[in-house]
Design a binder for this molecule. Structure first.
Ligand SMILES: [Zn+2]
Length: 96
């Protein structure tokens, strides 16, 4: 497991504020988990895709499933995500 570390102050005291957002409790910098790249896997409308129970698929970036595509996921899908900095909510207030 990767421990996430604040890029500003080095604290590992990061708190998940939602499923994809992190806030540093030490300096208030906010981070978000996003795909490393634009979706590389695009499943087109009308496609019929089944990831079987033994599938172990690692996707760099994300997956884009168009409306009308039929996708069944029985195996494991892993997305390669990174944490990006969103900046401090009130930068001026952090200075002492
Ligand atoms: Zn910090």
């Amino acid at each position: 497991m990767n421990a996430h570390r604040c890029g500003n102050c080095g604290s590992v005291d990061l708190e998940w504020t939602s499923g994809e957002d992190l806030t540093c409790r030490h300096c208030g910098t906010r981070y978000r988990k996003v795909p490393k790249a634009a979706p590389k896997v695009v499943i087109k409308r009308g496609a019929n895709v089944v990831f079987g129970p033994n599938a172990k698929v690692k996707i760099k970036g994300g997956m884009d499933i168009e409306d009308g595509a039929n996708v069944r996921i029985e195996g494991s899908l892993e997305f390669d995500l990174e944490i990006v900095e969103l900046g401090k909510p009130r930068e001026a207030d952090q200075k002492e």
